[in-house]
Design a protein. Structure first.
Length: 633
């Protein structure tokens, strides 16, 4: 090799060394710059991440307040429930973990994935609840295998327990897991994924009062997520409790009396507006809504023609039938068009132009005054009176009692009912009011609609002769230590301008409905207490005279309203039986059973003692003569 070639080789080797050294130097400079950036510029962020990896916040759900009846009997309380949660940051293989949990817990993997996807975007380091209400065997399995299930947390949350089963289910309501849509609302800003929230009934309307304040623990974990120690713990605050106006015994009797019939019943104190019973029948099991509702149960609710999920006492709007004759009679008395001596001849029908309006008694009632018209529910009497009054004067009297508007009972979605007027029809349909349309309104048919709450309120106001109280369900709010935070007093809504004499004449007619021969409400009679009331039967659809083989959904509704004692009224009752056909035979006995329970509790009526019946005493019982009424248009 020549000297020139040797020098050229050495020069090329030196260049490679230089380039190699330069490359290594650049790498070291990059590493040094990265270290400087991490240790100086980004140190605070990395320290925070380190702390987050080391520290974990475990929420502790607060118990909701209890719900009690007026006598302190617990209607709703709490019981522990366990949930499975995952901390996303600690999960390396999400698919494998969810597959394992699906197999171990017997849960639908797709549902677990959906819960993961919904929850992971809210808080990376906050546990995502993927399964609620796990049983004891599932809980023990997870605790035993938690080391091989990275990121798993087991949370204890209190859920609702209903000691009386389905009692007052529509009133109490139920809880459900909060939805993504709810979490986006301002009112739920303090809630987290997996929390339970009131969905309807009192649980929904009084959510802010019943819900407590969640607590939590900040714990330290090792690199595998295993618990080391608790650093900080904030105890949850239990929610406040509600003491209701409801009387559990009366509520139970009312639901028992309705049996398997679809309908509603409301029992109200006359001089306070306190609701003693609030029934929508049939009921449902509220405990099922807090977990995964069995598909067969959900389907049975949806397929039931009696509509068990509908709150009929709050949202049911029914033609009031002949119970509305109370309003028509008061309108007639106040206008001076009738008095107690005014008579009408009933031949069984009444003609207006080319239309014939039938009385429920096709044979006719003969000569009828106000008392007899109420007692035997003569339609023709009120047809003729309504022609003289006109629909607007009837409506004006109804408005004095707050009818046609919600009464603000304290539950969401209370319906208004409907009291028609000439102006209303013009606005609604763009048509004028016809003379023949007033006659059905006078007997609670046509466009007229009322709720069971309004029926009870109207009856109470007639009984106390002129005061409409706001119906209410909550007597007081108490804190976890039992201290009264707020007490709810009677609130007057309206004072109908009606003369005492008009009230008394109508009340005499209502007393006759229950206690005199041919009264349509004899089935509600109590021999120890004088009951006054009014039957009603309202058409669902216009029918032919024959009612045999009429499908259930086309049968008439049966209604009855009552108050007692007549001399000094204390309590009012309204009963609606959907498709029950006759108020006197279907609704009146239920009202009688409810009133009997009320007065048994007060000691006015002695509770029966089981014994062998004595046939000799049967003659002492007064004769009970009931006359059914159909209230046909």
């Amino acid at each position: 090799m020549s000297r020139q070639q040797f020098l050229r080789g050495n020069k090329q080797g030196s260049q490679r060394v230089i380039w190699g050294a330069a490359f290594v130097g650049i790498i070291f400079l990059i590493l040094a710059a990265r270290l400087w950036y991490l240790q100086v510029i980004d140190s605070d962020r990395l320290k925070t991440l380190s702390e987050i990896n080391r520290l974990r916040f475990v929420p502790i759900a607060a118990s909701r307040g209890n719900i009690l009846d007026r006598n302190g009997k617990v209607l709703v309380k709490n019981t522990p429930s366990f949930s499975v949660a995952i901390v996303p940051q600690e999960v390396k293989d999400k698919d494998a973990l969810l597959t394992s949990l699906s197999g171990y817990l017997g849960l639908d993997r797709n549902e677990l994935v959906q819960r993961w996807e919904k929850g992971k975007g809210r808080a990376k380091y906050f546990p995502i609840v993927i399964a609620s209400g796990i049983n004891r065997d599932q809980l023990e399995f997870l605790e035993e295998n938690q080391l091989w299930l990275p990121g798993i947390d087991i949370e204890m949350k209190p859920i609702r327990e209903y000691p009386s089963g389905i009692l007052a289910s529509h009133l109490l309501g139920y809880l459900g897991e909060i939805t993504e849509q709810d979490l986006e609302k301002e009112e739920f800003s303090n809630y987290n994924q997996g929390d339970y929230v009131g969905k309807n009934g009192l649980e929904r309307s009084w959510e802010k009062v019943l819900r407590g304040v969640n607590g939590g623990r900040q714990i330290e974990v090792d690199a595998r997520g295993r618990y080391l120690r608790t650093l900080i713990e904030t105890k949850p605050t239990v929610g406040n409790s509600l003491v209701l106006t409801i009387d559990q015994a009366i509520q139970q009797e009312a639901e028992k009396a309705l049996g398997d019939k679809a309908g509603a019943a409301v029992v109200m104190e006359i001089d306070t507006g306190e609701i003693l019973a609030f029934v929508s029948n049939p009921g449902f099991d509220p405990s099922l809504f807090a977990g995964k509702m069995p598909q067969d149960v959900w389907k049975s609710y949806l397929d039931d023609k009696r509509h068990p999920l509908e709150n009929k006492a709050l949202k049911g709007q029914y033609p009031p039938g002949s119970t509305f004759k109370i309003i028509t009679a008061l309108a007639g008395l106040e206008s001076g068009l009738i008095d107690e001596h005014t008579t009408v001849s009933c031949s069984g029908s009444y003609d207006v132009g080319k239309d014939t309006f039938k009385c429920w008694d096709k044979k006719g009632h003969g000569s009828v005054d106000l008392k007899r018209a109420l007692r035997e529910s003569c339609d023709v009497y009120f047809y003729q009176l309504s022609e003289k009054l006109g629909v607007d004067r009837i409506a004006e009297m109804a408005r004095r009692f707050g009818l046609g508007n919600s009464l603000g009972i304290g539950l969401e979605n209370e319906k208004n009912g409907l009291i028609p007027t000439m102006e209303w029809k013009e606005k609604k349909y763009g048509k004028k009011w016809y003379r023949g349309e007033t006659l059905p309104v006078a007997i609670g048919q046509g466009y007229t609609l009322m709720t069971p709450i309004q029926l009870a309120s109207m009856t109470a106001a007639v009984a106390n002769e002129g005061t409409v109280y706001r119906p209410h369900l909550v007597k007081r709010v108490v804190d976890p230590d039992g201290r009264v935070l707020k007490e709810y007093k009677p609130e007057v809504l309206y004072r109908p301008a009606v003369k005492p004499q008009s009230f008394r004449l109508v009340k005499q007619g209502l007393l006759a409905v229950v206690n005199e021969p041919r009264g349509t409400g004899a089935a509600a009679r109590l021999y120890e207490v004088k009951v006054a009331g009014k039957t009603g039967t309202s058409q669902v659809v216009k029918q032919r005279d024959g009612k045999r083989d009429v499908a259930y959904q086309y049968r008439d509704h049966a209604l009855f309203v009552a108050f007692a004692p007549f001399e000094k009224p204390e309590v009012a009752v309204s009963v609606v039986i959907e498709h029950g056909e006759h108020g006197g035979s279907a609704a009146a006995p239920i009202a009688g059973a409810i009133l009997k329970t009320y007065f048994e509790q007060k000691g006015v009526i002695k509770k029966p003692v089981a014994k062998v019946p004595d046939s000799d005493n049967s003659e002492d019982a007064p004769e009970r003569t009931e006359q059914k009424e159909g209230d046909q248009q």
